[in-house]
Ligand binder design. Structure first.
Ligand code: FMN
Length: 199
């Protein structure tokens, strides 16, 4: 993959950082990892402690099942890891799902874990940062934080169902949201049902 920024040719390696935090919908993170595998993109994963709680409540997967889907797995406290440095080249980062806590930490720059540090690095390097924020309803503070992140260059991409795609199952609904989030990196996952006009 080659693109041109300010006249310079970039050919970043096909790798994406994946953060999974403790909002409802850990399955979105799991399917991002599956999709990246399908697409031949290396996944670099960091998972929060709360995400392991949602994993146990929402799925039959073990922590090893989840981390086994990634190419490289980092410890949450390992702020000396490669993905903590902008010199480690990536296509960007996706946080799926993204909790309000993780979103808020990224917005302040007070990054207390490898996940939020990697997100901060992604922003400072002007790489795509996609946050699949999941909370409802939203108070004014949440909305202001989303505005601040958007101003900084992040994309807020809540996992909302695309009912026009007529999902036949929860997994189809999840995959549509995951695929549309990956569109933001220029990746075209075959699970996405694209609008082809009115029938
Ligand atoms: C079953 C369950 C569901 C949760 N759902 C959400 C949610 O949808 N959005 C959210 O922001 N927090 C949610 N939380 C709360 C977060 O897990 C909590 O704020 C946690 O501190 C987030 O930490 P993290 O960002 O480091 O993962 C949920 C917690 C549990 C146990």
């Amino acid at each position: 993959m080659v693109d041109v920024v300010n006249g310079a040719i970039r050919n970043p390696p096909a790798r994406i950082v994946v953060g999974i935090s403790g909002a409802s919908g850990v399955i979105y993170g799991a399917r991002v990892l599956d999709a990246l595998k399908d697409l031949g993109v290396e996944s670099h994963l960091v998972v929060t402690k709360a995400a392991l709680l949602t994993l146990s409540q929402e799925t039959e997967m073990s922590p090893d099942d989840l981390t086994g889907k990634a190419d490289v797995v980092y410890k949450l406290g390992d702020v000396g890891a490669t993905i903590a440095s902008g010199s480690f080249r990536t296509l960007g980062m996706i946080v799926a799902p993204c909790s309000v806590k993780t979103m808020s930490e990224i917005a302040t720059g007070v990054t207390s874990s490898l996940l939020t540090r990697a997100a901060d690095v992604t922003l400072k390097e002007r790489r795509p940062l996609v946050l699949m924020v999941r909370e409802t309803p939203l108070h004014l503070g949440h909305l202001r934080t989303m505005t601040a992140l958007t101003e900084m260059g992040a994309v807020i991409a809540p996992p909302l169902p695309a009912l026009y795609a007529r999902p036949a199952s929860i997994m189809e609904m999840v995959d549509q949201s995951v695929g549309r989030a990956l569109d933001l990196f220029g990746l075209d996952w075959s699970a996405v049902k694209r609008w082809d006009g009115m029938k």
